[in-house]
Design a protein around this ligand. Sequence first.
Ligand code: FAD
Length: 505
Amino acid sequence: MNSSNTPIRNIVIVGGGTAGWMTAAAFAKALGGGYSIRLIESDEIGIIGVGEASIPNLTEYNRALGIDEDEFLRATRGSFKMGIEFVNWGAVGERYIHGFGKIGGGDAGLPFYHFWLRAAQLGQAHPLGDYSINTVAPREAKFMRARHDMPGSPLAEIAHAYHFDAGLYAKFLRGFAEQRGVKRLEGKVQQVLQREGDGFITAVVMESGEKVEGDFFIDCSGMRGLLLQQALKVGYEDWSQWLPCDRAIAVPCDSVTPLLPMTRSTAHAAGWQWRIPLQHRIGNGHVYSSRYMDKEAAESLLMNNLDGQATAAPRHLSFRTGRTKTFWDRNCVAVGLSSGFLEPLESTSIHLIHMAVARILDFFPRHGFEPADIAEYNALTSVEFEKIRDFLILHYKLTRRDDSPFWNYCRTMEIPDGLQRKLELFAANGRTYRDGLELFTEVSWLQVMVGQGLMPRGHHPYADQASEAELLAHVENVRQVVAKCAAAMPGHADFIAKHCAAQQA
Ligand code: FAD
């Protein structure tokens, strides 16, 4: 066998946050016993410890690993998430929910929302959020899993994700990975050794002097970017002209009732505040732009807007929105915050970790590290990041707020061409299209665009085929069925108590 065809055997993962342990757990499950997988992390450095809200795709990651959902929620003191409520984004005093799942029912090829658009243009519709189980139920603190045995009912369409404790999640995955043979090495990496000539990484050297050699290195070192940024110097593409927040302050507080199955994002003068309800506490944070607000003002805004008593001191974090210029270089791939950060507005970072891990397994290399494979990996990942970036920019751009310099900047900033095209397309006849690798569906774009006040001038002409009376009866029937189904659902807190309550701390 040609040496470039020999299989990789030795995998070294640097970093043990959510990225490191998600990678280790998935590799251990997918690759089986023929590989040595070692993970290096430093208790002294610790993990970033935020990143507690997910999107539904994480259920697929858990399923692929064979992780039982109730066990996972008990271990991470997690709760369910049906969407995100946005408060004060379009204008102060407005709110809407971006729910997972569908709006209305299937309508012979034409999405329901075109019927709703026609009804709304006639002045005869309720708010869009009244037509989806994923937006009505969380308002009432109701939750249950989808009833796939009830096709045609909104109850069959329920989509969910999770809120969970980030520290407990890493611990949970660590247990899973170690049981399947992953070896954890404690300590700090101090030096990265590269091969003469081509610069491939050959080993990392720990503070203790121990040299950890490997064939394939996964950089999960967080924002430090130890391998790809610091050693291989691939460079960073800065997106802060579109996503101007660059600081966050995180603080937990006591729980309050009801336990809402949704994240809340409340816009403030120079950013926004998250609220993530777990079983035992609420995670809160203020994401803001240091160009428009200082840290003292940002902290007091957060501390004055908590629902319960703070249970720890606030933690300040800095970041730069953007991504590494390449995600995979030579024999090293960045996963997690070491590959970039798009800010937490739509809880997409953990999803990007999941996608990176799945894609690395798809493009799993041999010693030759085929450049065509690496180029394709980088191209696909770039598109994925850019599509998410545009969806996030949409929230900032589509505001009518003019009450602070921050919102004036966001409202008037230049945006990427692809996003501009999407806005124009929607503004005409309410059409949205999902490009190949795009994470967010048409329904996601619709909810944010309508939620922030962009109502199209028209709708699809097929929606004109029914008479006005038929159309309005149909739209109203959908609303009533959704309302009835939501009313029949159990409370979120009761559902958790029955299925997945964590033990008291
Ligand atoms: P980290 O958790 O920072 O882990 C890095 C690891 O590398 C640690 O184990 C550390 O010890 C190790 N390490 C670093 N240097 C060395 C060294 N020299 N030697 C040895 N080990 C080293 N994502 C979501 O999906 N949803 C959210 O709601 C969300 N909210 C967020 C809010 C904020 C404010 C921020 C900043 C991020 C948020 N994210 C969110 C992103 C999410 O936190 C991360 O994607 C996720 O936690 C993964 O982080 P990580 O593992 O890449 O990095």
